[in-house]
Design a protein around this ligand. Sequence first.
Ligand code: FPP
Ligand code: MG
Length: 306
Amino acid sequence: MTSNQDLISTIAAFDLKAYLADRQPKVEAALDAAIRPGYPDTIYAAMRYSLLAGGKRLRPILCLASCEAVGGNPDVAMPMACALEMIHTMSLIHDDLPAMDNDDYRRGKLTNHKVYGEDIAILAGDGLLAYAFEYIATHTHGVSADRVLRAIAHLARAVGADGLVGGQVVDLESEGNAEISIETLMYIHNHKTGALFKSSVVGGAILAGATELEIEKLTKFAHNIGLAFQIIDDILDITATQAELGKTAGKDLQAQKATYPKLWGLEESRHQADKLVAEAKTILAEFGDRARPLQALADYITDRKN
Ligand code: FPP
Ligand code: MG
């Protein structure tokens, strides 16, 4: 059994920067190859505009790292990794629409509807969503159909009314009401953000043939880092600049959104995020060295500046 001190020094020794420098370009190349320009030109251009606009690629990288954490070959999970980014991207395209958050900037660029118009932006989101599932089904090789089906079902649930869509609905309904309860805030974040984090981690593990116990532990790990991610997002909305974020800063206050810093204060929010990440890393202690990338990624979530 690894002691906490051993765990901390092992993780500290892991070179996350080198790991990301290896993984991020691979994910970029895979995304570029997954959706090529095509006819109708406008829709493919709009889909590629947002999909290839950069970003941390956290969900794909978590998916690949989780596949490795249970002894799988990460190449097997690359189609699912790409699908996760397609879905994340489409959710942001729709979130930025005038009917929702009405935002002009995303990932340091004009939002999709600002460039292509609302009609095409809606359709670009729809196209990415449909293709994400097609892509996993048609491009995942070397895995049994049962596992592919299970990963797809997990992802579909994470996207629908019991996942992202549900979280976004409660978020929209809570706008202008900064007095919502902590339970409602948790619901929003566990669904709007947490669900896709969970599918990223669990999906990679399912494709690798993880045991039920491993899946259970990885689910808890993902739950914690998803929540920590959102707490940090709320903090950054207050403390970071637009240039750092690549999107408008200070929007939560402006929209009178309930946030963790509002409920707990900045210091306590940071403390809660750190606690969730520490717990997440401990959950993976018995996975051994193979889980070091996942543990280091958990740290990255709270240390990030955008
Ligand atoms: C950003 O939140 C938005 C999301 C994380 C998800 C939004 C979900 C939808 C629009 C549902 C999409 C539909 C399907 C089918 C998945 P935010 O506004 O708090 O963050 P931001 O500051 O980055 O915009
Ligand atoms: Mg938004």
